[in-house]
Every structure is written in structure tokens, then in C-alpha cells.
Design a protein around this ligand. Structure first.
Ligand SMILES: Nc1ncnc2c1ncn2[C@@H]1O[C@H](COP(=O)(O)OP(=O)(O)OP(=O)(O)O)[C@@H](O)[C@H]1O
Ligand SMILES: [Mg+2]
Length: 334
């Protein structure tokens, strides 16, 4: 959980944040498998957060939604748009449209059809949305937005594009978010998303290996990994092979991007997600891909409140990438 505020002069400020680990079986394929476990973790994070804010933005995983670019007539009435959007949704969904939660966003005029707008249609199973809204309510929070993690990633990226040459203009940038079990790849060209894909790869594998190798329960292995409190052999025998495996998967992901699109190069790789905090990952990815690689810090141009430890935030920043994109959705008019 992350709260952003204003520090004046249009500058944002990181007010406070809290991170609570979820047991691995709490979520399954984007569905909340153990609501009571997730609820307890949310309660814990909320009490650590100590915020008075009760209104939140949440996200669905990209794997739980279907998106499609559609054309909508510029002069269509709300009713006509409704009809067309529902018809498109009917074609896309593999389940009854009554079970679907759908939304669309107008992107702008279609370059080839002056009378029409490009719009992005997003469908999700209603159940996936409702289970999240219910969790928020159970801990006393109100979900104001249900976003998609891949979109929130793009919102957070806007905050750090200034760190790239020419603010990312004309560049091809791969945002690689490596979490507990999934590696999400988002590629932008000229700051516009052009490709997205998920790979099975994440920090859980490393935790498992630590647990096996040093004979400790998974929870202890997880903590030892984060704090770097492990025997000397850890670095060369466990961490290094894992970093190599991650770098190899990143290289493979980029090759897949090339074969799925007409792009032939990537100018920058931004590493996000909890695994980006692994010491040395950026160097290993750089050596493997020969592409400039940076750890994503979406807070680089934000102020930080006195309650937040700047050093800790710097190390947690990549893990807060999606949360940052969500918090940027702001709801208050001030
Ligand atoms: N300081 C750290 N050092 C090493 N690994 C870390 C650190 N902090 C978090 N991690 C690892 O990052 C992973 C969690 O990252 P993140 O919060 O991005 O995942 P997630 O979004 O919950 O998972 P997924 O995207 O797979 O659904 C865990 O495997 C955790 O062990
Ligand atoms: Mg993630």
C-alpha cells in the first residue's frame, strides 16, 4: 500500500507505504484463492500504513483481463456507444456477457478515419473485480478505481521517462517487472505501449532454493533473502545462478518481442518488481543483453515525507512500481 500526496508546485510526495508479504498459495492465477489470508495481510499493511485515507485504487493482473482496440464514431450517443461496446464484448468474452465487467477509454482520433476515435475496450470477469472490491470493503477501504497492473506500470513509467535520453522520445524501452512468480514485460516505443507479455519467472524460485539449500522454512528463507543474511556460499552457489537464469529469460523475452513485432532493437531495459532489488541483477542483465539497464525508481522526482526512510524507499521503489501507478490516479480535486 502506498499513499502519494502533494508537496506544492505540482510536485508529488511519498507520504507513506507498507509492504506485507502474501503466502504463495493466497493467490492463484490472478484469483484470490484464500480471501481470509489476503484480508489479514491487507489489515496488517493498513495498520502499518497509518493513513487516514480510506479511498483506494486497486488493480487486476493483466492476465485476468481481455483488451481490444476498437473504433467508436465521434458523434455517437452514449446509448449507441453502449450498444457497440456490448456487441464487441460479446464477441471477445468466452463466458456469458452478464458475468463480465467492462470499461472503455477513448484514446483519441483514429489517424486513418477522421470520423472515428480509437478506444481501448477492457473486459474482466465480474467475479475477479468483485472479489477485490469485497476485500477492500472487508478492511474498511473503498475501491474508487479498478485498474490493470500493466496500465498502472505505464502510468508509473511516465514519472521516470525524464531519466532517459530525450525523455524516452523515439526510444524503445522495455519495462521488465519481476515479481514473486511472474515476469511482466511491457515495451514502449516513443513512449507508446507496443507490446506486452507475461513469463513464468520470479523470486519464489530463489526463495525455494534458499530453503532447500540451507534447510530453512520458506518464511525464514524469504526474510533471509531480503535482508541478505545468508552463508557465504549463497552468493556464488545460489544467487548468481538465479541472476543468470533471470537474465537469460529477459534476453529470451526480448527475442520474443522481436519475433512478434517489426522491432529489431531495444534501447533501454527498466527493471521493476521485487526482484529488481536483488544486488547485481542490473549488471547481469546488461552483460547478457548488451542493452543499457536501469533499476526503475518511479519516485525519482518526488518529494519524500519525514515519515518515510529515504534509504529504505530507494530499495523498495522497484517493488512499488505498480502501486505508484495506481496512487497517481488521485481522487481528490485539490
Ligand atoms: N529486497 C529484496 N531482495 C530480494 N528479493 C526481494 C526483495 N524484496 C522483495 N523481493 C522478492 O520480490 C518478490 C515480490 O515482488 P513483487 O512484490 O513485485 O511481486 P508480486 O507483484 O507480488 O508477484 P507477481 O507479479 O509474481 O504476482 C518476492 O519473490 C520477494 O521475495
Ligand atoms: Mg507483480
Amino acid at each position: 500500500m502506498l499513499e502519494l500526496g502533494d508537496s506544492g508546485r505540482g510536485m508529488r510526495r511519498v507520504e507513506r507505504y507498507a509492504i506485507t508479504a502474501l503466502p504463495r498459495d493466497a493467490m492463484q492465477d490472478g484469483a484470490i484463492a484464500k480471501p481470509e489470508v489476503v484480508e489479514a495481510a491487507m489489515r496488517q499493511a493498513l495498520s502499518e500504513l497509518k493513513s487516514r485515507t480510506r479511498e483506494i485504487a486497486m488493480a487486476l493482473p493483466a492476465s485476468s483481463v481481455i483488451t481490444k482496440k476498437i473504433l467508436l464514431p465521434k458523434d455517437a450517443s452514449d446509448n449507441e456507444i453502449d450498444t457497440q461496446v456490448t456487441a464487441e464484448a460479446n464477441q471477445l468474452a468466452s463466458f456469458p456477457v452478464g458475468d463480465v465487467s467492462l470499461d472503455y477509454q477513448i484514446l483519441g482520433p483514429n489517424p486513418k478515419n477522421p470520423g472515428e476515435n480509437d478506444a481501448l475496450l477492457v473486459l474482466a470477469r465480474r467475479e475477479r473485480v468483485e472479489e477485490r472490491v469485497a476485500l477492500a470493503e472487508a478492511v474498511g477501504l473503498k475501491a474508487m478505481y479498478m485498474d490493470v497492473d500493466a496500465f498502472a506500470t505505464l502510468t508509473a513509467y511516465e514519472q521516470m521517462a525524464f531519466q532517459l535520453p530525450d525523455d524516452g522520445k523515439g526510444q524503445t524501452v522495455a519495462i521488465v517487472d519481476i515479481g514473486a512468480s511472474t515476469m511482466h514485460v511491457n515495451v514502449l516505443h516513443d513512449n507508446v505501449p507496443v507490446y506486452q507479455r507475461e513469463h513464468v519467472m520470479g523470486g519464489q524460485t530463489l526463495t525455494n532454493e534458499i530453503s532447500r539449500r540451507f534447510d530453512m522454512p520458506l518464511e525464514d528463507a524469504e526474510e533471509a533473502k531480503r535482508k541478505g543474511l545468508l552463508p557465504d556460499s549463497y552468493e556464488s552457489e545460489v544467487l548468481q545462478p538465479f541472476l543468470d537464469a533471470v537474465a537469460q529469460e529477459v534476453a529470451r523475452a526480448i527475442q520474443l518481442f522481436f519475433s512478434a513485432t517489426s522491432f529489431q532493437g531495444v534501447d533501454h531495459i527498466l527493471l521493476a518488481g521485487g526482484c529488481a532489488a536483488l544486488p547485481g541483477l542490473d549488471d547481469v542483465v546488461y552483460s547478457r543483453t548488451q542493452t543499457s539497464t536501469m533499476i526503475a525508481n518511479p519516485f525519482a522526482k518526488m518529494a519524500v515525507s519525514g515519515e518515510v526512510k529515504a534509504r529504505q524507499l530507494a530499495s523498495d521503489a522497484p517493488q512499488l512500481f505498480v502501486a505508484c501507478g495506481l496512487a497517481l490516479r488521485r481522487f481528490d480535486p485539490t
